[in-house]
Write a protein that binds this ligand. Structure first.
Ligand SMILES: Nc1ncnc2c1ncn2[C@@H]1O[C@H](COP(=O)(O)OP(=O)(O)O)[C@@H](O)[C@H]1O
Ligand SMILES: [Mg+2]
Length: 303
């Protein structure tokens, strides 16, 4: 692995919150090591209060670590040049109630000093990508949590970031919204964007993370490639078209001879998310963004 491929390197990161008299109150993060490679989707998982948001705030330079070191995009979290290359979706995004999505994106585009034409182009492309075109001129104050989340994601992508940091990106999304966000993140990662996300809803991110750390009480408890962590090498499944009763009986008899125990026969089911997405897609007759086959990437983000 070359230096260049490591986007983020965190060693022994620790944050102890102190009270007014500087007495330690909470150890929010306790000796966290992380290394994230370019183009990877990395999941920081754990229940509420396990230190995920605190970790992210330290990576962004919003909180100062008590101990440990952070190297991010080859620099420090406080470097302005580094910050320009990061996109951030906070746990609760602060959107101005009376602005529309189009105005919101234009406003943030101005903060990034994007020229007017480029600002307009990126705004329109991101509205299309996040499925907010039809709501682009409604005040954000009326938005559902899912719509606000998608606008937050669009905002985080305005500067075409190399590293996208998302704090609970799927919170408040319905299953369709969740599926769309996951497909978008996968597509972004496939074209080179590195993504660090947090979640306390493990099923939400199970299919898209390449590697994860599971935190509990500030400490990393398990880490690794998702496929390794979830593998059960002592078991195997055989996936077949359904057989008739006689053929099933013959097959089980053969297997019984090979095994010390009784083989277990079951019929696979879809998970509820797959089923839900299918029902909704079948119910909708017009091809809306929710029904489109794959995510539609904003052209300006293509690297
Ligand atoms: N500013 C703060 N002052 C004191 N304690 C805090 C502060 N922010 C977070 N904490 C505490 O640190 C722990 C981790 O919080 P957080 O990082 O928000 O967890 P998560 O994002 O995993 O839900 C919690 O016990 C929380 O109460
Ligand atoms: Mg949090």
């Amino acid at each position: 692995m070359t230096e260049n491929n490591t986007i983020l390197d965190v060693v022994k990161l620790t944050k102890i919150f102190r009270d007014f008299w500087r007495r330690p109150t909470v150890t929010a993060v306790d000796g966290l090591d992380l290394s994230i490679r370019r183009g990877e989707i990395f999941g920081l998982l754990g229940p509420n209060g396990s230190g995920k948001s605190t970790t992210i705030k330290m990576l962004l330079g919003l909180l100062h670590p008590t101990e440990g070191s952070i190297s991010i995009l080859g620099g420090r979290p406080s470097d302005v040049a580094v910050r320009k290359r990061i996109g951030y979706l906070p746990e609760a995004s602060y959107l101005y109630r009376y602005l529309t999505p189009r105005e919101t994106l234009s406003f943030y585009g101005r903060l990034f000093d994007l020229p007017a034409a480029e600002r307009r182009r990126r705004t329109e492309e991101l509205l299309a990508m996040t499925g907010l075109e039809s709501a682009a001129d409604r005040a954000v104050g009326e938005f559902s949590k899912g719509m606000a989340r998608r606008l937050g994601l669009a905002q985080a992508l305005l500067n075409a970031p190399e590293l996208l940091i998302l704090d609970e990106p799927t919170s408040g999304l319905d299953p369709m919204g969740c599926r769309q966000v996951k497909e978008l993140l996968r597509a972004l990662a496939d074209q080179g964007t590195t993504i660090l996300l947090t979640s306390h809803l493990l099923a939400d991110v199970e299919h898209i993370c390449d590697r994860v750390v599971i935190m509990y009480n500030g400490r990393p408890r398990a880490a690794g490639a998702l496929q390794d962590l979830l593998a059960t090498p002592e078991r195997m499944t055989l996936d077949l078209p359904a057989l008739d009763a006689a053929a099933t009986k013959r097959l089980l008899a053969v297997l019984r001879e090979q095994l010390a125990c009784e083989p277990e026969l079951s019929r696979p089911t879809m998970n509820l998310e797959e089923f839900f997405v299918r029902v909704v897609n079948e119910a909708a007759e017009d091809p809306s963004p929710a029904n489109a086959a794959g995510p539609h990437m904003a052209p300006f983000l293509k690297q």
